[in-house]
Write a protein that binds this ligand. Structure first.
Ligand SMILES: *Cc1c(COP(=O)(O)O)cnc(C)c1O
Length: 360
């Protein structure tokens, strides 16, 4: 392992989050682990393998390359692609035994007759993909028409405000509309009916037989104001080191654009992690890192490969000391809040050049 910029991933924390969440979930809901985007930056093969060992047999990804990668790594259970796959990849879907979401009637028609595994997406308000549940009769007609052309294994919808208590009525409406469609084709005995994401599974009245869980498996929150069950903890820490410590005189500036000026004599440290590692440039003059457990505020702009922090109050800070960018009580949700985004984007954004180290 090269100590430049790296993340430490605790796979046991992911196994624990899975167990805790499962214990809180309605008993009729099995967990489908959402491992898209390289398991939100945690490593899709590693995460899927750990969850498979814990008894999880259903996985969801965003695209065919992610799906094939899991199959080739020996993931056995159901793999559902939640979004678009190019029509000319149909042979790959068959070859790797992957289940494809059907995004619209037109999309279903283009894939029809190949006997691939598929599930219809139902649009209950997200207005992104799926058959429009505002017309349940039409949904029923399409599902019945195409069920002979696919190995149709289910129906799913996606909730857009399940993390927001004030939007309770909208969410129940989504679930009701989905239920109406699902019940209209009950005689087809489709094995997977699912509408819950992390937030839905925790806070909504259960419906269906699967919950598609992403963010809680990684120990983060759907929304900053949410409260997670006890025992769920972030699985990822992001570390770097100090590459240089220097003293600034009063009036000297730091970095591109000279956006920071020393108002007193101060000590600063340079850290070899920058926006090309996924350290968001909006953290310039705003974020902080932890050194010896103490906060060191960013001074100046985040560069492509380096940041600079104030260590005046951390006199023991020196060359090659470890730096925590995420961890020690400051997680991706907290960092996201500082720059008006969500923890999801922070962890998905940690780039591939940051090495992943697994604690077993
Ligand atoms: C990403 C995604 C999920 C997982 O959402 P979390 O909030 O991370 O639990 C579930 N379903 C669909 C369709 C998704 O795209």
């Amino acid at each position: 392992m090269i100590r430049r910029s790296w993340v430490e991933i605790d796979l046991q924390a992911i196994a624990r989050n899975y167990a805790v969440y499962k214990s809180q979930l309605a008993p009729q809901l099995k967990v489908m682990a959402v491992v898209k985007a390289d398991a939100y930056g945690h490593g899709d093969v590693e995460v899927a393998n750990v969850l498979q060992t814990q008894g999880c047999g259903d996985f969801a990804v965003s695209n065919i390359e992610e799906a094939i990668k899991l199959r080739e790594a020996g993931i056995k259970g159901q793999i559902l692609i939640l979004g678009y796959t190019p029509i000319d990849c149909v042979e790959l879907l068959k070859q790797y035994d992957i289940t494809q979401a059907l995004l619209s009637e037109d999309y279903a028609q283009r894939l029809a007759g190949q006997n691939i595994k598929a599930q219809f997406a139902i649009d209950t308000g997200m207005n992104r993909i799926g058959l429009d549940s505002d017309d349940p009769k039409e949904c029923e007609r399409i599902i019945r028409q195409y069920q002979t052309q696919f190995k149709l294994t289910g129906l799913f919808t996606h909730l857009c405000v399940a993390d927001t208590p004030a939007e309770e009525a909208f969410t129940s409406g989504q679930i009701e509309n989905f239920k109406a469609v699902a019940e209209s084709v009950q005689d087809l005995h489709l094995p997977f009916i699912h509408c819950m994401n992390s937030a839905g599974g925790l806070w909504q009245k259960p419906y269906g037989n699967l919950a598609r869980l992403g963010i809680v498996l990684y120990g983060l929150k759907p929304d900053y104001d949410n409260q997670l069950p006890d025992g769920i903890s972030p699985a990822l820490q992001w570390k770097s080191v100090i590459s240089l410590v220097k003293t600034l005189r009063i009036g000297e500036t730091v970095g591109y654009g000279r956006t920071f000026t020393a108002k007193r004599e101060m000590r600063i440290a340079t850290i070899p992690t920058g926006y090309a590692d996924g350290y968001n440039r909006l953290l310039s003059n705003r974020g902080f890192v932890l050194i010896h457990g103490k906060k060191a505020p960013l001074v100046g702009r985040v560069c492509m490969d380096q940041i600079t922090v104030d260590v005046t109050e951390i006199p023991e800070a020196q060359f090659e000391d470890e730096v925590t960018l995420l961890g020690d009580g400051f997680n991706a949700d907290d960092m996201g809040k500082m720059i008006s985004t969500i923890g999801y984007e922070i962890i998905c954004g940690i780039s591939k050049r940051v090495s992943r180290v697994y604690k077993k």
